[in-house]
Design a protein around this ligand. Structure first.
Ligand SMILES: Cc1cc2nc3c(=O)[nH]c(=O)nc-3n(C[C@H](O)[C@H](O)[C@H](O)COP(=O)(O)O)c2cc1C
Length: 209
């Protein structure tokens, strides 16, 4: 969900979601990753600087690779379909760069969700650590959903690790993984009418023998 009601999320509810998320399993129970909830002036200044970096077209080396480079055509098609679902719900045409940029910029505001989380990874974990943290992220999303809340993971945040490290007070060795918006979804917002599909079961589940 990428638009939220102004209704606040209580600290108790947020703590319950975080406690449930931390029940996720991890290799050797290392429980990698930290979640930092940014509020008040910290959030305001962070978002201001992220938007500035984005508007200036600043390029930073990201802390980890997300997508395959180059992107194979099968995956590119899925990426395009997801973008079409999003911009289609908003009524933003394919060639409307301004409309697309305006939506993209909202990533750096945590979509104005009442709760803004920065997800980071202290220590030099390999892919396994990211897999473990992904489980915690999904645990968080499901726990939130169970309480009537909605979420959106924000990989776009990983574009500006140094800006985030600076504002969130993370040390140089801590990797910036993503952001997370959390709150009560606005059911009437056009952006929340985005509907995606999934590939056929045969594409990712095989039975042999
Ligand atoms: C780790 C992760 C990072 C994501 N980053 C972004 C993002 O930066 N901006 C955004 O609008 N959506 C982001 N998404 C949402 C995906 O685009 C979305 O989950 C996908 O298109 C499937 O749609 P659905 O979750 O509505 O089914 C992210 C999702 C995940 C799991």
């Amino acid at each position: 969900m990428r638009a939220y009601l102004p209704k606040p999320v209580s600290d108790d509810v947020l703590s319950e979601v975080m406690v449930a998320a931390r029940l996720a399993p991890s290799g050797a129970n290392l429980q990698p990753g930290v979640f930092v909830c940014v509020r008040g002036t910290v959030r305001q200044k962070l978002c201001q600087d992220l938007i500035l970096a984005w508007r200036e077209g600043r390029q930073e080396v990201e802390d980890y690779d997300y997508f395959p480079k180059p992107m194979p055509m099968t995956l590119r098609r899925r990426q395009v379909a997801a973008a079409q679902a999003l911009y289609g719900a908003l009524g933003v045409a394919r060639d409307d760069r301004t409309g697309r940029d305006a939506q993209f910029e909202r990533n750096f505001l945590f979509f104005d969700a009442p709760v803004a989380l920065v997800v980071a990874m202290p220590y030099d974990f390999g892919a396994g650590g990211y897999m473990d943290l992904g489980m915690t992220l999904y645990g968080l999303m499901l726990a939130a959903q169970a309480k009537g809340l909605s979420t959106c993971a924000i990989g776009a945040m990983a574009s500006y690790p140094s800006v985030i490290r600076h504002h969130v007070g993370l040390d140089a060795d801590t990797k910036v993984v993503c952001g997370m918006a959390l709150g009560y979804a606005d059911p009437d917002a056009p952006v929340n009418q985005t509907r995606t599909t999934r590939s056929a079961l045969d594409d990712y589940f095989k039975v042999l023998g």
